[in-house]
Ligand binder design. Structure first.
Ligand SMILES: [Fe+2]
Length: 443
C-alpha cells in the first residue's frame, strides 16, 4: 500500500531536518517506527517462601552449568537434582554458594548458585531446584561447531522486551549473550525480581552470559559502591578465567573464546581489567578457539547521536590489545538502535580489525535512539533505530553468519545479514599477527 504523497514528503522532511534515518520495508513502503512500551507489571502470585523463583543458568567452566534461583526462606536447601529424563534425577549437586543483600529497605532473600556437572554436550537435562517446585529443562551447548548465539542488550522489561524474548525463543540457539543493561531496576530492587520472573522461561533453558551496563551500577555516594544487586544475582564464571571481578571475565565454548569486558569499572592501562585482558588474550589458543569475540556495553564505533563518544577512552586503552590479538567481532549495547560496521581499527577501515555491532535494542522503557549523524561514516554498513535481536551462527573455523531481526509489528523480520570470515583464515593473521602478539607478551 502506498502512503499519500503528502505524508511521504512530511516524513522525508522530518527525517532530513532531524537527522533521523528513514527506513523502508521490502517493496519500498515507509517504515513507521514503534513508540516505547510501558514497563510490564507481572501479577503477584502467592507462593511458599521456599518456592524457587527467578531461575536462570550460566556456563561455569568446562562442561559445568551454574543454576541460580531465589527463595525467601533462609533454610531452603541449595541443591539441584538433575537427569536426562523428565522426573528421573540420577544426579544431585549442592556445590556452590549462597548470598543475599540489603539495599536500603529491601531484603533480597536467599540467592542460590549451584554448579552441576560434568555434563554431556548438546544434551537436554531436566532439573529441580531446592528439592521442590517446578521441573525445568536446559540444553547444554555443543562441544564443537556449529554453535549459535542469540544476542540482545538493553532488555528492560516492557512489551517490546517480551516481543524480543519471544522472537529469540522461536529461534534455535545455544547461548544468550547480553552486552549489558538487564533489568533497568535503577535502584528499585523489586524490578530485579520482576525481570528475573520475566526472563525465567528463556534463562532457565539456555545459558545467559551477561556483562554489566550503566543501569546495573546503582551506586549511592559514600553508601553503596555499585553493582551490588547485579553481582549477587548474575554470578558469572570469572574465577575460571583468572579475573578478580565478576565485572569482567572470559569463557570458551565450542571453538569460541568470548571476552566480557566492563565499561563501568577501571579500564585504563594501569587497571586490573587491562592487565587481566592482556593476559587473557595472550593465552588464547586459536588452534583450539579459532573465533575470538568481545562483548562490552558502551560502543566504540557509534554514529548515533545517543551516547556519542562515551566509549572513546576505553577504546583508546584497549583497542590496540584487541587488534593485536585478532579479535573477530565486538558486540556492544547502550545505544538503543542497531549498527554494524566494516572491519575497523583506530577509527578507520582496516581489514585486520574487528567487526563492531551495536545491538542495544532489546526493548527497554527508554525507547529508541532515532537520530544518526549524517553523512554515514565510511565504516558504518547498516544502521537502524528499531527494536530487535541478533543471531550469530558460527558454522566452522572460518565462516559465521550474522543476522539482525527487527521487531516489526510484533513479528521478527530479518533485516540485515552478513557472512563473516574469521581472521584466523585471513592473510593478516598469518603474516601480521605473530608480530602483533608480541604486544600482548610484553609486560
Ligand atoms: Fe546503557
Amino acid at each position: 500500500m502506498e502512503l499519500p504523497v503528502v505524508a511521504l514528503m512530511a516524513a522525508a522532511f522530518l527525517a532530513i531536518s532531524s537527522g533521523i534515518e528513514a527506513a523502508s520495508r521490502p517493496g519500498g513502503e515507509l517504515y513507521i517506527r514503534p513508540s516505547p512500551r510501558k514497563t510490564l507489571w507481572l501479577p503477584w502470585r502467592p507462593r511458599h517462601s521456599s518456592y524457587p523463583q527467578q531461575v536462570h543458568i550460566s556456563l561455569a567452566g568446562e562442561n559445568h552449568i551454574r543454576i541460580s534461583w531465589i527463595t525467601h526462606d533462609d533454610s531452603s536447601p541449595s541443591v539441584v537434582d538433575y537427569g536426562t529424563a523428565p522426573g528421573e534425577y540420577t544426579s544431585s549437586s549442592s556445590i556452590g554458594e549462597t548470598t543475599s543483600y540489603f539495599y536500603l529497605l529491601y531484603d533480597s532473600g536467599k540467592i542460590h548458585h549451584v554448579v552441576i556437572g560434568p555434563l554431556e554436550p548438546d544434551t537436554v537435562y531436566y532439573y529441580r531446584c531446592g528439592g521442590q517446585g517446578r521441573e525445568f529443562h536446559l540444553k547444554t551447548p555443543p562441544a564443537k561447531f556449529p554453535i549459535t548465539f542469540a544476542v540482545a542488550g538493553d532488555l528492560g522489561q516492557t512489551g517490546w522486551t517480551a516481543t524480543t524474548l519471544d522472537h529469540i525463543g522461536q529461534c534455535e540457539y545455544d547461548i544468550h549473550l547480553l552486552p549489558g543493561d538487564l533489568a533497568y531496576a535503577d535502584y528499585m530492587q523489586h524490578l530485579w525480581d520482576s525481570f528475573g520472573e520475566l526472563v525465567e522461561p528463556y534463562a532457565s533453558s539456555r545459558p545467559w552470559m551477561v556483562t554489566e551496563g550503566n543501569h546495573e551500577k546503582e551506586s549511592i555516594l559514600l553508601f553503596k559502591a555499585g553493582f551490588q544487586a547485579y553481582n549477587a544475582r548474575w554470578r558469572m564464571p570469572y574465577e575460571q578465567s583468572g579475573s578478580p571481578s565478576n565485572l569482567f571475565y572470559s569463557f570458551e565454548v565450542a571453538g569460541v573464546h568470548i571476552i566480557m569486558l566492563g565499561s563501568y569499572t577501571d579500564y585504563d592501562v594501569y587497571s586490573d581489567q587491562h592487565a587481566w585482558l592482556k593476559a587473557d588474550l595472550a593465552k588464547v589458543d586459536r588452534a583450539k578457539t579459532p573465533w575470538l569475540l568481545v562483548l562490552l556495553h558502551a560502543p566504540w564505533y557509534n554514529s548515533n547521536y545517543a551516547h556519542q563518544g562515551e566509549g572513546d577512552r576505553m577504546m583508546a586503552a584497549m583497542e590496540p590489545l584487541l587488534y593485536a590479538a585478532g579479535v573477530d567481532l565486538v558486540l556492544a549495547g547502550h545505544v538503543h538502535a542497531y549498527e554494524r560496521s566494516e572491519r575497523v581499527y583506530n577509527a578507520g577501515l582496516n581489514s585486520c580489525g574487528a567487526v563492531h555491532i551495536t545491538i542495544g535494542d532489546g526493548g527497554n522503557r527508554e525507547g529508541l535512539a532515532q537520530r544518526f549523524h549524517q553523512p554515514k561514516p565510511e565504516w558504518s554498513v547498516f544502521r537502524e533505530a528499531s527494536f530487535g535481536h541478533g543471531e550469530l551462527k558460527i558454522v566452522n573455523e572460518t565462516h559465521a553468519h550474522w543476522s539482525w531481526h527487527r521487531n516489526d509489528d510484533d513479528e521478527a523480520v530479518k533485516s540485515d545479514e552478513v557472512w563473516i570470515n574469521s581472521l584466523v583464515s585471513s592473510a593478516c593473521f598469518a603474516k601480521r599477527m605473530p608480530e602483533l602478539r608480541n604486544i600482548l607478551m610484553t609486560p
